[in-house]
Design a protein. Sequence first.
Length: 435
Amino acid sequence: MLRRVDLRGKHLTKDQYQRELPRATLDVAAAMVAIEPILDRVKNGTEADLISLGEQFDGIRPPSIRVPQAALDEALALLDPEIRTALEVSAERIRKVHSAQRRGEHKVTVVDGGVVTEKWIPVDRVGLYVPGGRAVYPSSVLMNVIPAQIAEVPSIAVASPPQVENGGLPHPTILAACALLGITEVYAIGGAQAVALFAYGMEGVAAKCDLVTGPGNIYVAAAKRALRGIIGIDSEAGPTEIAVLADKSAFAADVATDLISQAEHDVIAAAVLVTDSAELIDAVQLELEERVASTRHSDRIRTALTGIQSAAVLVDSIAQGLDVVNAYAAEHLEIQTVNAAVDAQSIRNAGAVFIGRFSPVSLGDYSAGSNHVLPTGGCACHSSGLSVQSFLRGLHFIEYAEGAFTDISATVITLANAEDLPAHGEAISARFESR
């Protein structure tokens, strides 16, 4: 089912390995052209325009864009107790992990009388996007909201698409998850129009946000790219992806089910196995054939696993495999080797790393305590997953007394003149004139 890529005997550079493992392509540039009228309509429109966009793209006119508090309360009251408990347990673990990400104030005495203090300040307002397409993601509510709350963001809004089955409101489990976390500002709006509403704000509907986070489809990614600068963004999330680095000690059924679990998201999801065992590849292929045929979203999964973005990669050794997965920089990387904990220490590029047989990606998707909003498309080479830090800004506060200023003044004037910016130096020397 997976195409086979044989890298044995090849010692390639990072970019050469990347070319051997292509990803599904997303034409975000074309999507940006398609969403231009939507962005303009939201920027210059009214709530009636937002409601019409809901009808156009989601098949229903929401009764209002703002979800009434009564609907949030009702969704929580009617939530299946088992689901509520699962959300509460997961939320507790997410809070525990993310609470450790808090940053304190750091004061540095550069010289006597010269102090630079770094403070971490939360953004004033965030818009959190929760998808509502092929699947329902109350877990994404937890992953977005909890870090923002720990960062002490004073104003938090959530948007999720209106649904025909729910009378134009977002899915009730998403509403219940918001209510469970104390979020009262929720909007029934999806896609590019949701990002635009958060970016521009709309009088009488929603205030402008400073930052927008959360995964979404290609049009959400396009809107983030188009509006970046007007708002801050976490990333342009692409199709989900999993890479599994495994040796002959791995269980074929474990590897196969983990690949299937991420292929379940989308027909362009990527599933990559990297191993030094040809026997493991054969065993995994047999497991995939049997298990894909019997799982619920069989057609979607088979399309993803047989796509160009998915592969079984044969390498000479786990050492070469580590080079391959570091080059690929997967959103989710599993290490299923006999020395998994040691091998994981060599990982530099991944959204999140799952070590050993009992740390599958599905655990991180829900209840490990880690965040599942992660960089995709190789962006893990330079970007991190969503965290408390995503909602904070580091500000420097500089305070120099007269003596410390006097001691360094000649240095500043020299550098200003060296850069042919004499007015910078004059701003220093003027302080001596007024003594």
